[in-house]
Design a protein around this ligand. Structure first.
Ligand code: ATP
Length: 315
């Protein structure tokens, strides 16, 4: 029996702009994604019978075929008929909060694809894995690649930029509150589709893409200028999530009052993050937020930006 253990990193969105609605029902996006070293641990062990077993220590994570990890395994099996007799036992140790806007499930699927590529000796390149993974979810190619990247299309078209490494984040989430990503996008579409570009019209789309505002963020990252990165954080989905969840707005205000670099919601939320230049200042912010908002349901973590999406752990 062979076993591989992989770490899948969470991601935050330093920038998220919604461009329009696509004919394939996804949204056209302009994002800057960043991996952070808050990781889940995925252990894959080969089985001699054609069975897939999944275990997870988190009660909110399904262990049936709806789990992205099993969807990833089944995607490989459907592409490679010779795998029909292979089996795998998968254990997910969840450390990334669930339904948090941190792409935890997408990262787990990314780790499964990378790990099964090794376990089943498929010989797929990283690019091939990324292309395949886009069939499962728009964030998964980024989760495989990791680091810092501009993500366009529905989020699966990646342009890497210089990776950030010495930047810390404080992440905060009410444990009992999760937000459905489809709900957030649907609500945005209902409220703001008058701002959408006509994606079917290439001239209009090009004109709209020229007005994407992520340029200053990318420049700030290139210059490793934490102050400028903080001042150019942006997330269109805050417009729908914050009014619907005043507690998240209050948390955001509290984080912003203690983190002096920049504060933003990640993805479709409800996780709020604030930037810090040292581990010590991240720890200080955590202490201050806990004092201001003493609620056992509020969980806080510190993490560091990392260049790695999926990491193989020595067994
Ligand atoms: P994203 O930022 O990609 O939208 P998220 O961080 O908001 O994702 P996830 O933690 O990935 O949300 O979970 C969203 C839902 O997906 C969960 O409520 C759960 O039912 C389902 N799910 C399927 N597979 C997994 C997995 N491996 N880990 C966590 N959730 C999973």
């Amino acid at each position: 029996m062979t076993t591989y253990t992989l770490l899948s990193a969470a991601k935050i969105n330093l920038y998220l702009e919604i461009i329009g609605h696509r004919p394939d029902r996804f949204h056209e996006m302009a994002m800057v994604m960043q991996s952070v070293d808050l990781c889940d641990r995925i252990t894959l062990t080969s089985l001699t019978m054609p069975t897939q077993r999944l275990h997870c220590n988190h009660p909110q994570v399904p262990t049936d075929s709806s789990n992205l990890v099993l969807k990833a395994a089944n995607l490989l099996i459907s592409k490679f008929p010779e795998l029909a007799n292979r089996g795998v036992d998968i254990t997910i140790e969840k450390n990334i909060p669930v339904g948090a806007g941190l792409a935890g499930g997408s990262g787990n699927a990314a780790a499964t694809l990378v790990g099964l590529n090794m376990l089943w000796e498929l010989g797929l390149t990283q690019i091939e894995l990324e292309e395949l993974s886009a069939q499962l979810g728009s964030d998964i190619p980024f989760c495989i690649r990791g680091g810092t990247a501009i993500a366009t299309g529905r989020g699966e078209v990646l342009d890497p930029i210089d990776s950030l490494s010495d930047l810390y984040v404080v992440l905060a989430k009410y444990e009992s509150l999760s937000i459905s990503t489809p709900w957030a996008y649907k609500t945005y579409r209902t409220n703001f589709s008058d701002r959408y570009a006509d994606i079917a019209n290439s001239a209009t789309l090009q004109e709209r893409q020229q007005r994407v505002h992520s340029g200053p963020m990318v420049t700030a990252i290139t210059h490793k200028d934490a102050q400028a990165i903080g001042s150019h954080l942006h997330n269109d989905l805050e417009r729908v999530v914050l009014p619907a969840h005043p507690k998240v707005q209050q948390l955001r205000d509290c984080m912003a009052s203690h983190g002096n670099l920049g504060t933003m919601m990640s993805g479709s939320g409800p996780t709020v993050f604030t930037l810090a230049t040292t581990q010590q200042s991240a720890d200080e912010i955590i202490g201050k937020v806990q004092t201001d908002l003493p609620d056992p349901d509020l969980k806080l973590w510190s993490a560091c930006c990392t260049a790695t999406g999926i990491r193989l752990e020595a067994n």
